[in-house]
Design a binder for this molecule. Structure first.
Ligand SMILES: [Zn+2]
Length: 292
């Protein structure tokens, strides 16, 4: 079964919930960026949260998450949309540390414990929503939880997790977001809290083969969950040679002339997917023509 996410309601529509299996999606990002395990876990957690947050959008809306911590991986960027597309990178992909005291990948050490988490939503018609919170943990799940509570005033619980194989490929990746809608009964909140305290880590549940539906049933109780929609998710980048060509044109004539004279070609690389585009001298001359 490929990667997908589910949107659900629970406890008679008092609770909104999302869960995703993102093993292949994160695996593709890891292959493209050659990330080492701790960096892979950080990127995978951010992408898992990102793709679920994308699923909260509508139509052509999209969002960008930027996590700028003081750890060695540097800024993490994730883009997603309402269609299950997600892409992302970490600035320094070759970062790895020993497992932490809990025997888990030490994401906090890679991300850092100080900095900011910023979410920018592009809602179309030049309408943007932007929210920023300080990093409170560096483990990312807690940071997204804090973001929802503080910036979107939505009491939430975010769980994200990644397990990495000895050969650096991704063994399991996934996440959930559980949100209380206004007026959720105290007793429901207590029950969810109790359940979340005793549930196994999300990465473990994915590794065991639980589906996103089963993950929500596990977190919220089988009879409480009403699945509304399922949606495939995938690593997708919308870069293209045309886009990079347009970017070169926007540099202006003298800059393009310099490229032609000094190097006789130009290379551009997409941060998000690592795809490399090479422009030959003839292609640069065409771009120069268009810049005129
Ligand atoms: Zn790309």
């Amino acid at each position: 079964m490929g990667d997908y996410l589910v949107k659900a309601l629970a406890y008679n529509n008092q609770v909104r919930a999302y869960a995703v299996k993102s093993t292949d999606t994160v695996g593709e990002a890891v292959r493209r960026h050659y990330t080492w395990p701790t960096a892979s876990a950080a990127l995978g957690r951010a992408m898992s949260a990102g793709v679920m947050m994308g699923a909260m959008l509508k139509g052509e809306e999209k969002l960008t998450i930027k996590i700028e911590g003081n750890g060695p991986i540097g800024p993490i960027l994730v883009d997603s949309n309402s269609k299950g597309d997600v892409r992302g990178y970490v600035t320094n992909p070759q970062v790895h540390f020993d497992l932490n005291e809990k025997g888990k990948l030490d994401v906090r050490r890679a991300v850092g414990t100080e900095g900011t988490l910023t979410v920018v939503k592009d809602l179309g018609l030049r309408e943007h929503f932007s929210g920023q919170v300080p990093i409170v943990s560096g483990e990312l799940g807690e940071d997204f939880t804090y973001y929802f509570v503080t910036s979107e005033q939505t009491p939430s619980s975010v769980g994200v997790g990644v397990l990495v194989n000895p050969d650096n490929s991704i063994l399991a990746s996934g996440g959930f977001i559980i949100q209380l809608l206004p007026g959720t009964e105290e007793q429901v909140i207590d029950e969810i809290e109790k359940r979340l305290q005793t549930t196994e880590p999300i990465s473990k549940l994915i590794q065991k083969g639980l589906s996103p539906e089963e993950i929500l049933e596990n977190a919220l109780g089988k009879d409480n969950v009403k699945v509304l929609e399922t949606m495939p998710v995938q690593f997708t980048c919308n870069c293209s040679k045309e886009r990079f060509g347009a970017a070169i044109i926007s540099l202006g004539k003298s800059e393009i002339k310099e490229m032609i004279e000094e190097d006789g070609k130009a290379e551009a690389q997409c941060h998000f997917c690592n795809e490399k585009y090479v422009f030959s001298k003839a292609e640069l001359e065409e771009l120069l023509e268009e810049a005129n």
